[in-house]
Design a protein. Structure first.
Length: 685
């Protein structure tokens, strides 16, 4: 994120409702040529030498745990504060999310740690003379989605021997509404619970009816008569729904499926600011995110809440494997943000060797064979086959300090010697005067743009001749983070310090148009722009740090919002083609923008056309070869400020383009392009 780690957490409130937005397309129209509404395009297919292979990984995903997009988001764990480390704010350990039932007393226990990583447990004291149901409950991440499926509940339990006195007790886990409806339960038979060693309990809970809302809880209870006067300890209390691809400790299905439906080519992880940490000590340390959950301590992360690291390095790699996409692994580069100073904290040049070794060990965990130290560790964690890492990003947004030069050199040299076939990505930017980007041929450069709409229109051709213009021959570009962040303003300056309600909240049609124009600029230059990803990708509407985001969600799956920006990505990623095609034009760019590609295997030509203006534009297309049929998909709205929001998720969605059935022996096609629209035309050859 371009924004330095502001730990701003905003409540649900009006977030679910449409608000009076600041967006005004009248400003954008200053950058659109409203008189230029007659355009003729000639698409050249016959000169195969003029074609360029499209970038195979152009559209992908960027993910970091911001706005509870990981814990409380795509990481499918349904229980908040499952290990009592705390959740929002630097206030843990605590009992956030947990409340007693039947007079039980809940407190934190530090005398019976299950591991060094998880030293604080839940202590449950059952009162003397207890009767009926006694226990505790968890309200989830602002609720629990309940529908027909089998949930997996698990926890560790330990009894206090002096208070147990050899008595046996049963346990029951259930999923209930806050009004008392029980959706499903499972029991552990009456037994004497061990007092010296923790016992792990796992229970399937089958639910046969869908809850009407997310106001539900997970409940663990005992028989008060059996347990009166007893003390029991619990740790790592978990509830998982059925996950994406059935992965244990996996991803929330609806969000993962929304990502997969974009047909992405890569996943950049784990950040983002969240990679760097607020200090060297609180950075994302890969070796603390692997192995049994009882061995993962988590950390106070950059965005104002605790990260459990249940979504760790191996889970990210399995995410990539399950979607058949390339991992773009961001490694820590010896710099942490340090919220008390914008220059952050940099590792000294003479102390970089351990940083390089840390990265080498991480890559060995990912790619090493079972005969290697860390490859064997990965195999012990359940994945004996090595993963393949083709892209490594060295750091994140490393323009806040002047130290990236020596840090990049140390890591690039050290990693390249061991892994010469990996493509390394630099995050340097010449924003700080006098800092020269160091981009060796074959490397890539990651650039981030959170901008006003007009910026993206003005920079449609920014990557034309970029390598020659900037002296970066042989260097590719990763548009690692970009989105329309705020409305056009008289100053044209983006203010990252304003709270989110001063910016775009839900991405609108205008956002998708501007972002789409920028993406077309990338499509036209596949020799330079190799990858791109919208950011941020996910936003929990109950607590968030940043707006806008590509997908908004709550605990209830039926309220997930796929934004206009999501649908622009969906359209462009699905219709890529194998080679770009040269296009000549009369009438000029603006308000129409376009790019053409051919799929040599499917024998189709794709023409992507964006109308950024408020008027219909007349488009005449001349393909230099006959076509047998034409069809298309369009994303449009009468109002450029239109957007999707909770309970109105389909206000702006792609739809098939209504075109007369036609073929052309001459290759000619005429069409009136609707105002404020994004279209993909498909010509079957």
């Amino acid at each position: 994120m371009l924004l330095l780690s502001l730990a701003l957490l905003l409540p649900l409130g009006a977030a679910l409702r449409p608000r009076a937005l600041n967006i005004s397309y009248s400003d954008l129209l200053e950058y659109t040529n409203t008189g230029n509404t007659n355009v003729a395009l000639k698409i050249h297919t016959k000169n195969t030498a003029a074609r360029n292979a499209t970038a195979p990984h152009l559209y992908g995903l960027m993910f970091e745990d911001i706005s509870h997009s990981g814990d409380g988001g795509i990481y499918a764990e349904l229980l908040r504060n499952r290990a009592f480390q705390g959740s929002d704010g630097n206030t843990g350990p605590n009992l956030d999310g947990w409340t007693p039932i039947g007079g039980a007393k809940l407190s934190l226990d530090r005398l019976h740690p299950i591991s060094d990583a998880l030293p604080v447990n839940l202590q449950v004291d059952v009162p003397q003379g207890a009767r009926g149901e006694v226990g505790f409950q968890n309200t989830g991440w602002w609720g629990i989605d309940v529908r027909r499926q089998t949930y997996t509940a698990s926890f560790y339990v330990l009894a206090n021997e002096p208070k147990q006195k050899g008595r046996a007790a049963s346990l029951r886990a259930s999923i209930r509404s806050k009004t008392g409806t029980q959706f499903g339960s499972a029991a552990v038979a009456k037994r004497v619970w061990p007092t010296a060693e923790w016992t792990r309990v796992e229970l399937p809970i089958t639910v046969t009816q869908k809850a009407s809302n997310e106001n539900n809880t997970f409940v663990v209870t005992f028989d008060g008569a059996e347990t009166a006067g007893m003390t029991l300890y619990f740790q790592l209390i978990s509830l998982f729904p059925e996950t994406y691809k059935g992965r244990k400790n996996g991803l929330r299905k609806d969000l993962a499926e929304a990502f997969a439906d974009l047909k992405p080519s890569f996943l950049r992880f784990p950040g983002g600011n969240n990679l760097e940490g607020e200090s060297v000590q609180t950075r994302w340390r890969w070796w603390k995110t692997i192995g049994p959950l009882t061995e993962r301590p988590g950390r106070w992360a950059n965005w104002g809440y605790y990260n459990t690291d249940g979504l760790g390095l191996l889970e990210y790699l399995e995410w990539c494997a399950d979607m058949s996409i390339e991992p773009v692994l961001a490694i820590w580069a010896g710099f942490s943000l340090d919220r008390y100073g914008s220059s952050g904290t940099s590792i000294h040049p003479n102390a970089m060797e351990p940083v390089v070794q840390e990265a080498l060990d991480e890559l060995e965990y990912c790619m090493g064979g079972p005969e290697t130290k860390y490859g064997a560790l990965r195999a012990a964690h359940g994945h004996p086959a090595p993963f393949r890492i083709n892209y490594v990003e060295i750091g994140n947004e490393d323009w806040f300090s002047r130290s990236y030069g020596y840090r990049f050199r140390a890591l690039y040299t050290g990693l390249k010697a061991r892994y010469p076939n990996i493509t390394y990505v630099s995050t340097q930017w010449d924003e700080v005067g006098g800092v020269k980007m160091e981009l060796p041929p074959g490397a890539m450069w990651d650039t981030h743009h959170y901008e006003e709409p007009h910026y993206f229109l003005k920079n449609f051709d920014f990557y034309d001749n970029w390598q020659l213009r900037t002296g970066n021959k042989g260097v590719g570009v990763l548009l690692g983070e970009y989105s329309v962040y705020q409305s056009d303003t008289p100053s044209g300056a983006v203010n990252f310090q304003n709270p989110p309600d001063k910016h775009v909240f839900y991405p609108q049609m205008l956002s998708a148009i501007a972002e789409g124009v920028y993406a077309l600029g990338g499509e036209r230059n596949p020799h330079t722009v190799k990858m791109s990803s919208y950011a941020p990708s996910l936003q929990n509407l109950n607590r968030y740090n940043w707006t806008p985001n590509m997908i908004q969600f709550t605990a209830h799956h039926d309220r997930t919002v796929l934004s206009t920006s999501y649908w622009q990505q969906w359209m462009f990623a699905r219709y890529r083609g194998t080679h770009t095609l040269p296009v000549t034009n009369t009438g000029g760019l603006n308000p129409l923008y376009w790019a053409a590609a051919i799929d040599e295997r499917a024998k189709v030509v794709y023409l992507k056309v964006i109308n950024a203006g408020k008027d219909v534009a007349n488009l005449a297309v001349d393909i230099d070869t006959p076509y047998s049929a034409v069809n298309g998909t369009i994303l449009s709205a009468e109002d450029a400020k239109a957007f999707n929001f909770v309970d109105h998720q389909t206000s702006v969605v792609p739809r098939p383009l209504s075109l007369p059935a036609q073929k052309s022996s001459t290759g000619n096609f005429n069409w009136k392009v609707p105002a404020f629209s994004i279209t993909v035309l498909q010509f079957n050859l």
